[in-house]
Every structure is written in structure tokens, then in C-alpha cells.
Design a protein. Structure first.
Length: 367
């Protein structure tokens, strides 16, 4: 089954988000994977060749037994994480396409894309087997900083988005926070400068000794004011108030579009407290309110969202959440995944990406 959405810039250039999964959860993994690959290849062949895949992520139900069976596609950065799809299938795929992008491989897991006059750097599945989460996070982020420095970039000036997948998030997330805070303090990312949009969520690597893995997205050569932090303070508090360091959302403006990266967002208020504890419906609604506020601050709408990833702590909540999302967002690709949030009281979290054509940002009414 394919879900897809195409967004168009003011110059008529397109971005496309694609989610593929299967309908029958009783099929063995090999058959499910073959069907996802077939659907992807058919989709590529049936659509014009100007759309280039720039990033993809595989979601698996059992990475230790499944990751080595994935296809060895090397045309763009490819992430693999154990976050079981909560339709109880075994595999799903998300792919981000951009029209007229040129992608090249820099090193293992690291790719560069040339587009809109900038070099975009994608990293997938950086990890440090055998290290504790604090040391691993410090080393991973330091390596990313070194990669960016090779191209005259930095975490402060260039890094737009990170994803941290944490084995046993209830235990190990504190170490991730310490490691990230340490690197940021050394490299000048503070409440008075900026942090990075991020999701820190439960997720496993195929290697059980990996406590944390990270994907990242950076853009080289950004000018002052081109990248902006989006906070919606009337709904959400600054993250540093409870000891973590990430932006609620980050937008980047180009000549023909604004891209918005919304971090993992839960049912939280502007004092940092969990709202509607224990109530999955109300938490979902408050989460939507928070995301909508972030979209609005960036002059975007739900219609500009290309895809949504939804994380649940309890698989029993999936039917309710699935119905809510299908009713409200029938035309936007989404995946519901088993991935505990960093605070146990949050039953649900979501992230999304939006792209808006630049002239639409001048419209005064945001419905």
C-alpha cells in the first residue's frame, strides 16, 4: 500500500513524500519486504525521473533478524531502525524526494545533495557499538561536527535536524541528553544562540550493543536569518527549562519555498507539564494543537505537511490513534510506530515536515 503527497514550490518544483507498507500482517517478512520493494520500484518507474530520492528510512519489527535482508540501495542516505509499524506488519518505508536534486555519496552513510544553491548533508544511522549512551552521543555529534567542518560548516551554523533512536529510552535517554548538552556547550549551541530540531525516541539498532543511533540533516552556506527557530511559546515551553537542548521546530527559507521541520511533539503545556495524563484521545488532540501552533508560527498549514510519523508507547492505543489520524488527515501519509517517548507520561508523540511555496507566506489568513 502506497501513501504519497506532493508539495510544490512557488517555482513549480516538487517535493514528494512516500510511505509504503503492506496490507497483510500474516505474511512472512521476506514476502512483506519483497512487496515493499516491488511497490517502490513500480512507483519509481511510473513517475517522471526528475524526482530524486534524497533520504529514506526503513522501519522494522525485529531489526536483529531483518536488517541484513534489506536491499543495498546506495542512491541516497538510508536509515534503518527497529520501530514496529503498529498495523502489526513487519516493515515500512518512508522516502523523501526532491525534484532536480543531485545526490552524491561522501562516505559510508553520508550523502550530499545539491539543490537550491546549497549543499545539503544527510547522515544515516551513525552509531558507536559498545559505548554507553552519553559517550556514544558525544562521539556521534562530534563526528557530525567534524564532517560539517570539512565543508566549512558547523553544528551551530548548518545542522537543521537530528533524530536520536535510543535503545531502552526510559533508562538511556538521560545519557543522550548529557552527551548532547556536553557537545552543544563546547560548540556554542546555547539558549541564546540556537539548538537543533530533534526527535529523541525509542528505537533499536540490529546490533544490541548500540545504545543510541542518530540521523541528521544539515545545510551548508546558509545566510543570517535564513534558518529560524519556531517555538510557539503560548503552547510550549523552551526545552532548556527541563534540561534538554533542542528546538521545537526549525524553518529554512530558500528562493522558492520554506521547509519546516517539526521536532517530536507531545501533549505538553507551556510549563513543560504533561497534559491529559492517561487519556490517549485527549493527548492526541493536545499534540495536534501544539503542532498546529508551530505550523502557524512558521506561516504554514496542515495542507503543507508532507508526512507524519506517530510514536506510541502502548500498542493497544494504535486502533484509536489510527482512526483519529485517518479522520483528520485523509490525504497526508502517516505511520504509527511502536516507540516509547522519553517521558513515560506521554502516551503519544509525532513529528512532521512541511513545505510551503514562498508567496503563500505573505497571505494574512491561516485557516
Amino acid at each position: 500500500m502506497i501513501q504519497t503527497k506532493t508539495l510544490t514550490s512557488s517555482a513549480g518544483k516538487r517535493e514528494r513524500h512516500l510511505i509504503i507498507k503492506v496490507d497483510d500482517p500474516t505474511l512472512p517478512f521476506s514476502v512483506q519486504l519483497a512487496r515493499v520493494k516491488e511497490e517502490y520500484e513500480l512507483f519509481i518507474n511510473d513517475h517522471d525521473c526528475t524526482m530524486t530520492p534524497v533520504f529514506r528510512r526503513w522501519f522494522l519489527s525485529d531489526s536483529a533478524n531483518q536488517a541484513h535482508l534489506l536491499p543495498d540501495w546506495d542512491d541516497c542516505a538510508t536509515s534503518v531502525v527497529e520501530q514496529a509499524p503498529l498495523d502489526f506488519t513487519k516493515v515500512a518505508l518512508w522516502v523523501w524526494f526532491i525534484e532536480d536534486a543531485v545526490v552524491r555519496r561522501l562516505s559510508h552513510g553520508v550523502y550530499a545533495m545539491e539543490h537550491n544553491g546549497h549543499t545539503h548533508i544527510f547522515e544515516a544511522a551513525r552509531c558507536r557499538p559498545g559505548l554507553d549512551p552519553e559517550s556514544a552521543t558525544d562521539d556521534i555529534l562530534s563526528s557530525t561536527a567534524a564532517t560539517l567542518a570539512d565543508y566549512d560548516g558547523s553544528l551551530l551554523s548548518s545542522c537543521v535536524r537530528t533524530w536520536f533512536f535510543v535503545q531502552n529510552v526510559d533508562v538511556n535517554y538521560a545519557g543522550v541528553v548529557k552527551g548532547r548538552n556536553s557537545v552543544f556547550n563546547r560548540m556554542g549551541l546555547t539558549p541564546s544562540t540556537r539548538f537543533i530540531a530533534s526527535t529523541g525516541i525509542g528505537g533499536r539498532h540490529a546490533d544490541s550493543s548500540v545504545t543510541v543511533q542518530m540521523d541528521s540533516y544539515s545545510v551548508l552556506g546558509l545566510h543570517e536569518g535564513q534558518m529560524r527557530q519556531i517555538n510557539a511559546p503560548e503552547y510550549l515551553n523552551p526545552t532548556y527549562e527541563y534540561g534538554v537542548a533542542f528546538e521545537r521546530a526549525t524553518s529554512v527559507d530558500y528562493i522558492d519555498r520554506r521547509q519546516l521541520f517539526v521536532s517530536g511533539t507531545a501533549s505538553i503545556d507551556n510549563h513543560g507539564e504533561v497534559v491529559w495524563e492517561g487519556d490517549i484521545r485527549r493527548q492526541t488532540e493536545r499534540m495536534w494543537t501544539n503542532v498546529e501552533a508551530l505550523l502557524r508560527e512558521a506561516s504554514c498549514r496542515w495542507e503543507n505537511v508532507g508526512h507524519m510519523l506517530v510514536y506510541l508507547r502502548d500498542p493497544a492505543d494504535a486502533p484509536v490513534v489510527g482512526d483519529l489520524f485517518r479522520q483528520r488527515f485523509p490525504d497526508t501519509p502517516f505511520l504509527i510506530l511502536l516507540a516509547p517517548v522519553c517521558r513515560p507520561g506521554w502516551l503519544i508523540e509525532m513529528e512532521c515536515m512541511a513545505t510551503a511555496p514562498l508567496p503563500s507566506l505573505l497571505k494574512p489568513s491561516l485557516q
